[in-house]
Design a protein around this ligand. Structure first.
Ligand code: NAG
Ligand code: NAG
Ligand code: NAG
Ligand code: NAG
Ligand code: NAG
Ligand code: NAG
Ligand code: NAG
Ligand code: NAG
Ligand code: NAG
Ligand code: NAG
Ligand code: NAG
Ligand code: NAG
Length: 835
């Protein structure tokens, strides 16, 4: 297998990428021959940006691809490359294995856009020692692979001992293998994981993942697994000791553990949108599971072991995490000792207003923090060892005050003597509800009162010095201030600007909203994008306030998106009145809808809450009008993506309004669990979600499901029904064929039965909306026309029955359900109904 065939394939790849950036990479990859290279004639590759097999990606990164492979899975258009890779600036390069994927993603502005995503490194030989241009990779039978920098220094090599390498194989699961003459594995990249596991790769006892930059590690031993931050000494934030492997329920979902000591293996999840990668986060220490498009599908720690406040860096140093939000330790005796490192970004952490100084250690004091704990102490036993045992509280405090490198002291005892822990590095703290009198937390601070006298002394010194040095100092300060000011104020300036754009919804401060909602007292519901509260504006108007959860996922362009949503006004759309974007808080204020969401009225069997046919018809037309406006009439087309009864709200006169439109734009597509959650609401999803071609017709499909639910007075998926009647769509299909649609009309309502004929006619509109082939579904404006009687339903009927095999909707719906059960910890919130 010569170099030249690889090179020519890559030339082709490069040309195609250049000419048609939307072309799936894989058409080419599948055309490549096998991935075996013989080592006998030693081969080498030089890192170069101008080599014919160099590829520039849409995200600006650049790779010289030496080997290519792909996941052998029909539904997937993704693969791996192996070679030299660099980021935009390309002044440092890695020899790495990187994922390549071809993605069609939803873009509200142009409905469907295809794009090849940038490569993501899943393994690297030299993560900490990047090489330069002209570095070489050599394959020899004696040494295996060796990476030499341009000046000849060996940066990395495979350690194969006395074994001999006959060839190299890059497998289709992204494993780089060195094989001997019997094709047995001598070395493989799977045995040397960096920060990522790919499908099929196992992390076995003795191995660990280390996050990019080296801050966090996740290691597996024969006893269990552990996650820690690499401070000195390391502080552990997850301890899992496995005593009996068969009682570990979390692993049944495709994380397996072997009985001969823990082996964590990550396996394939589902046929559609399969999850492919697991990565230890560089900044947050989370272990996240990603699908092939690198969207977060699961968070291994959060959904199973650790509260979101239990991570060392969640609120930066000294920051206190309370319910996922960050604050600095409170002032004591009217003196503030801490300030936010970056205003508006509390999750960056806090710093001491007066830094600790070992020279002025006489002025060190220990502040006691109440109702606080620290992550190593949330584990039993604590995951750090005491520095002193059997000592009293006072000795513990003195030990910390005497040692300048001690930054914090923790003391735990129910008796007069106890354990004393001294830390030289402090990460995020955690708020707890109950004060534990046996456990004390002390943070060392520099006493500012003494410091002030120091300042005065310093000032005198400066006064005494010459005018010239003073001038130089001022000049320097000026230059620095200017530089920093420019940098720091870029985002703030944008916020300020948007703050003052006319036509924007009202901007509230967080304090305002606390007052409006009486401190978020009356919760109306949760799920989906966040939690919803009732509130009252100062003028007496009732409002609902939606607090968007997961502040790390909210887009930077929040304000711009809010502006778009706020500019959309239609009688059948819930109006956005205001918002709050302060620090990490993101809230939206909507008009209040006193009759709540549609599901309360349609699935309720309470006779007093039954809606008659006239009212149901009105609601159906109003939903259709709202959607029609979003799709066809407003300035910027908006696809809702999540139409379901929870998102249809009713005001006091039972006027229906669509809510939550445009919210998908508020969250980052790159790492959004929220989008994932929203997109994957089972039962309402159009079949084309599986093929990733998303148009506004997905809303038409969901509307069809909702329409049918309103007419039949039951949920699409109703587990209280006998097996054969559980899926409304199946039943619908069966009854169409048998011409017994009347049987489906809501039996709880006499009025509905009375108008059976009309209801059945409307069901046929639903059938049209539910066409498997989205091009055959009507537009929402057409639906409005039919419902209003402007277009005859009979013509629809013909159309509908000309399609003899009604789509197998059930299969589509069920697959999503299976997927969510297997892949997402968010399922319970979906079950309980977001909003
Ligand atoms: C890539 O996947 C396709 C489809 O499964 C398969 O036919 C082809 O052999 C694979 N190519 C390589 C290089 O593994
Ligand atoms: C490029 O930079 C991003 C973040 O800046 C990082 O996540 C990625 O791994 C880098 N890629 C390479 C090839 O260094
Ligand atoms: C979306 O994709 C379809 C099918 O490939 C294509 O016909 C249509 O023009 C695309 N729409 C846009 C706005 O690109
Ligand atoms: C790499 O090598 C080529 C050929 O030897 C040389 O022309 C070029 O200057 C080198 N580049 C760097 C960055 O050293
Ligand atoms: C080669 O270059 C690297 C940095 O690029 C440097 O650390 C190393 O010392 C150099 N080795 C020699 C032998 O010059
Ligand atoms: C090389 O990898 C391919 C793809 O995974 C595999 O089918 C083949 O058996 C491997 N060859 C050898 C010699 O192991
Ligand atoms: C090892 O695999 C390569 C590629 O598949 C093949 O050409 C070679 O004959 C195999 N060697 C043995 C000893 O099986
Ligand atoms: C492990 O737990 C299972 C079920 O809880 C039990 O049947 C089994 O006996 C236990 N094994 C050991 C070694 O304790
Ligand atoms: C993934 O987990 C599901 C549910 O536990 C299981 O049915 C399936 O077989 C697992 N997939 C693999 C590839 O192990
Ligand atoms: C705060 O004031 C109380 C009472 O005056 C005093 O006992 C305590 O030491 C003070 N704490 C600090 C940190 O200054
Ligand atoms: C304090 O010590 C007791 C045992 O001495 C232990 O059970 C408890 O978990 C410890 N509490 C903390 C917060 O470390
Ligand atoms: C000071 O504290 C640090 C961190 O707790 C510890 O490693 C060191 O041994 C202590 N030094 C003395 C002299 O006690």
């Amino acid at each position: 297998m010569g170099m030249s065939s690889w090179a020519s394939c890559a030339v082709l790849l490069y040309l195609v990428l250049l000419l048609t950036p939307s072309c799936p990479i894989l058409f080419l990859v599948t055309a490549l021959p096998g991935n075996y290279l013989a080592a006998d004639a030693s081969t080498s590759w030089t890192n170069s940006l101008s080599a014919p097999d160099s590829v520039k990606f849409d995200d600006g990164s650049f790779a010289r691809i030496i080997l290519l492979s792909n996941f052998s899975d029909d539904s997937v258009t993704a693969g791996c490359g192996c070679g030299f890779i660099c980021n935009q600036t390309c002044n440092s390069h890695l020899f790495a294995i990187f994922s390549l994927s071809y993605d069609v993603y939803y873009d509200p502005d142009s409905v469907n856009i295809s794009k090849s995503e940038g490569p993501k490194v899943v393994w690297s030989a030299n993560p900490e020692n990047p090489v330069s241009i002209n570095a070489t990779l050599q394959l020899t039978s004696e040494e295996g692979l060796a990476l030499k920098d341009a000046n000849g220094t060996t940066v990395w090599s495979t350690n194969i001992g006395s074994k001999s390498v006959a060839g190299l194989n890059f497998t289709d699961v992204c494993n780089l293998q060195l094989l001997d003459d019997k094709n047995a594995t001598v070395w493989q990249s799977f045995d040397h994981p960096t920060d990522t596991l790919v499908v099929g790769q196992k992390l076995v006892a003795g191995q660990q993942l280390t996050s990019q930059g080296g801050l966090f590690s996740f290691s597996v031993t024969r006893q269990g697994f552990f996650a820690y931050i690499n401070s000195n000494p390391p502080q552990r934030y997850l301890t899992y000791i496995s005593e009996n492997t068969s009682d570990i329920k979390f692993f049944k979902d495709n994380f397996t553990i072997s009985s001969s000591g823990p082996i964590i293996a990550w396996l394939l999840l589902s046929t559609y949108f399969p999850n492919r990668y697991m990565r230890l986060g560089a900044d947050n220490g989370h272990l996240e599971v990603y699908n092939m498009y690198w969207r977060v599908a699961d968070n291994f720690f959060i959904s199973r072991f650790i509260d979101s406040c239990g991570f060392p860096t969640v609120c930066g140093s000294y920051g206190i995490c309370r319910n996922g939000q960050c604050i600095c330790p409170e002032p004591i005796n009217a003196t503030s000792y801490f300030q936010l490192i970056k205003e508006r970004q509390p999750d960056r952490g806090c710093s001491l207003i007066t830094p600790l100084s070992c020279q002025a250690s006489k002025n060190h004091i220990l502040l006691e923090l109440k109702k606080i704990t620290y992550f190593p102490f949330t584990q039993d036993p604590p995951s750090i060892n005491p520095d002193h045992q059997h000592i009293n509280l006072d000795s513990c405090k003195q030990a910390c005050l005497k040692n300048c490198s001690c930054k914090a002291a923790f003391y735990n005892s129910s008796k007069s003597l106890g354990n004393c822990y001294l830390l030289s590095q402090i990460f995020s703290l955690m708020a707890i509800d109950q004060d534990n009198t046996d456990f004390k937390v002390y943070i060392k601070v520099q006493n500012p009162i003494q410091q002030q006298t120091n300042h005065r002394k310093k000032k005198q010194v400066i006064m005494g010095s010459s005018l010239r040095s003073l001038l130089v100092i001022f000049l320097l300060i000026g230059i620095f201030a200017l530089l920093f000011w420019k940098k720091e104020n870029a985002d703030e300036a944008e916020e300020y600007y948007l703050d003052h754009v006319p036509g924007m919804p009202t901007r509230y401060s967080y304090d305002d909203l606390q007052a409006i909602t009486e401190n978020f007292n009356k919760e109306l519901g949760g799920g989906g994008f966040g939690t919803v509260f009732e509130g009252t504006l100062p003028n007496g108007t009732k409002v609902t306030v939606k607090r968007l959860d997961g502040f790390s996922q909210i887009k930077k362009s929040f304000l711009a998106e809010v502006e778009t949503i706020g500019s959309i006004h239609h009688i059948n759309l819930v109006r956005l009145i205001g918002f709050c974007a302060e620090k990490y808080h993101r809230l939206l204020v909507y008009e209040y809808m006193s009759n709540g969401s549609l599901d309360r009225w349609v699935f309720h069997k309470n006779p007093e809450m039954l809606l008659d046919w006239k009212l149901r018809k009105k609601i159906i037309i109003e939903i259709a009008r709202g959607l029609s406006y979003l799709h066809e009439e407003c300035r910027q087309k908006i696809v809702h993506l999540n139409i379901k009864p929870h998102n249809i709200l009713l005001d006091e006169n039972f006027n229906a309004k669509v809510s939550d439109f445009g919210l998908s734009k508020l969250v980052d597509h790159g790492q959004s669990q929220v989008v994932t959650n929203m997109r994957w609401t089972p039962g309402y999803m159009a079949p084309e979600w599986l093929s990733s071609m998303i148009t506004e017709k997905v809303d038409v499909y969901s509307f069809g499901v909702v329409l049918l639910e309103i007419l039949c007075g039951r949920r699409n998926l109703d587990h209280s029904q006998p097996e054969e009647a559980m899926h409304l769509l199946d039943l619908f299909k069966k009854n169409i064929v048998e011409d017994r649609l009347l049987d489906l009309v809501d039996k709880c309502s006499e009025d509905m039965q009375l108008h059976g004929g009309e209801v059945v006619n409307t069901m046929r509109v639903a059938a049209w909306c539910l066409q498997n082939d989205f091009t055959r579904r009507p537009s929402m404006s057409m639906v409005v026309k039919i419902l209003e009687g402007a277009v005859n339903v009979e013509s629809v009927l013909d159309y509908f029955f000309s399609n003899p095999s009604l789509p197998n909707m059930r299969a589509g719906v069920e697959n999503q359900e299976v997927h969510i059960v297997a892949a997402s910890s968010l399922f319970p919130s979906i079950l309980s109904g977001p909003r």
